[in-house]
Write a protein that binds this ligand. Structure first.
Ligand SMILES: [Cu+2]
Length: 424
């Protein structure tokens, strides 16, 4: 009890945070009491609101509604959230195939208050390996391998069973001033925006973005050490990490040298905005092209509009410059809104330069094609059992690309997914 009262009084005296809440009356209208309380809870990695914390050590707007269930257990504040999707996927003829599969993620976080800081634990697992080594059909998606020989094309690789196992320690110097370290095996280095399945603008959409390998593909890195400093709304952090993407054995632990690095500057100017710019050098990211290193730059902005239950929009740009071969860019704009307590809608537009759509023995191998993709969808929650929501959703995607690809992909493929979701 003593701990809790100390914790509460500390939260109450968090001057900067109180100002954030008091100074946002319009925000208060769209946020319930639990949301405001969540905004006053402190983060794992510093003296700022917990709602700012995204995947790994990334940030999102402070006004992002809290996902999942929280409890106080003795000296620990714990939180769980996650989802299981059962998906029917039809990517459209001629290159797209159909598949029924399940994708899932379960995350556990714990925070222990210390005299001048906090100790945190983050654990995340996924049932994705159950879908098989070649993942699920996703037109124009590339990256990683199912057999260690051929790259995956028009398929999204499954995530590893263990997606994050990390500890954090943060030390507070003065209100709003803190430093932190983060160590993960696996973990997420300071590169890119909040990963797609964690950002509010993207998490309603069950598909991985085509821009994944320009923006957030390092979110499962087998070995990460990050240190950073937070000065109110600004954070500067640096990571040393294992730059190799996970291999096709999705249940194993993969250790390699911390041969890659990343730097990220994040800025949350107000409760509604979150911006980041990051740069990384990935040593030998691809198992099938081990002699190629990649330099990656990313920039992103997320904004929570004070309408409906919530409405988040993210704009992101990524640039990859490999040590061999052509550089390429990816753009992403995605938006999701909860119109009511049970209905949310979402859309994602991407513009990417893909050069991995053909195998080495095919004539178009190595050529870069500009692919545009637009997806729109919705999720309707039809049942609620304590902290679990059951929803039914669908999305449809259309594409645009150079006519050179018509013999392979057809003139106008249309992809769709229907899914049932249980979300904690
Ligand atoms: Cu991923």
């Amino acid at each position: 009890m003593n701990f809790i009262s100390r914790y509460l009084s500390r939260m109450a005296t968090g001057a900067a945070l109180a100002v954030t809440c008091a100074g946002a009356p319009a925000l208060a209208q769209t946020m319930d009491a639990a949301g405001m309380a969540a905004m006053r809870m402190q983060a794992l990695s510093g003296d700022f609101p917990m709602t700012r914390e995204g995947s790994g050590t990334s940030w999102q707007p402070d006004s992002t509604p809290m996902q999942g269930a929280q409890q106080m257990r003795g000296h620990w504040m714990t939180m769980e959230h996650g989802y299981i999707d059962a998906i029917y996927d039809d990517q459209g003829e001629p290159r797209g195939t159909t598949m029924s599969f399940s994708a899932s993620m379960l995350m556990f976080m714990a925070r222990r208050e210390l005299t001048d800081g906090a100790f945190g634990v983050r654990l995340m697992v996924s049932g994705d390996p159950l879908m098989g080594k070649s993942g699920y059909p996703l037109l124009f998606q590339t990256g990683e391998t199912a057999n260690g020989v051929a790259p995956l094309i028009d398929r999204q690789h499954p995530h590893d069973l263990l997606m994050e196992a990390a500890v954090t320690y943060s030390h507070d110097f003065r209100p709003g001033n803190s430093a932190f370290i983060y160590a993960g095996l696996p973990g997420e280095p300071a590169l890119g925006p909040n990963a797609f399945m964690h950002r509010l603008s993207g998490m309603e959409n069950p598909e991985a973005p085509l821009s994944h390998h320009w923006l957030d593909s390092t979110h499962i890195s087998w070995g990460v050490l990050t240190a950073g400093y937070v000065l109110r709304g600004v954070k500067l952090e640096a990571s040393a990490f294992n730059g190799r993407e996970p291999d096709e054995y999705r249940y194993d632990i993969e250790v390699r040298a911390l041969d890659s690095y990343a730097l990220r500057l994040s800025y949350n100017p107000s409760a509604r905005w979150s911006l980041q710019g990051s740069f990384g050098r990935l040593a030998s990211p691809e198992q099938l092209d081990p002699w190629v290193n990649v330099r990656r730059g990313t920039a992103s902005v997320s904004y929570n509009a004070p309408v409906a239950r919530w409405w988040q929009t993210t704009l992101a740009f990524g640039h990859n410059r490999p040590s061999r071969g052509a550089s390429s860019d990816a753009w992403l704009v995605e938006s999701a809104a909860a119109l009511t307590d049970s209905l949310s809608v979402f859309a994602r537009y991407e513009h990417v330069g893909k050069d991995e759509l053909f195998l080495p023995d095919q004539p178009l191998h190595g050529r870069t094609f500009t692919i545009q993709k637009l997806s729109v969808g919705y999720v309707y929650d039809f049942a609620r059992r304590s902290s679990v929501k059951l929803g039914l959703g669908a999305l449809v995607s259309a594409y645009d690309y150079p006519a050179t690809l018509n013999p392979t992909y057809g003139a106008h493929p249309t992809s769709f997914m229907v899914f049932v979701r249980a979300r904690l």
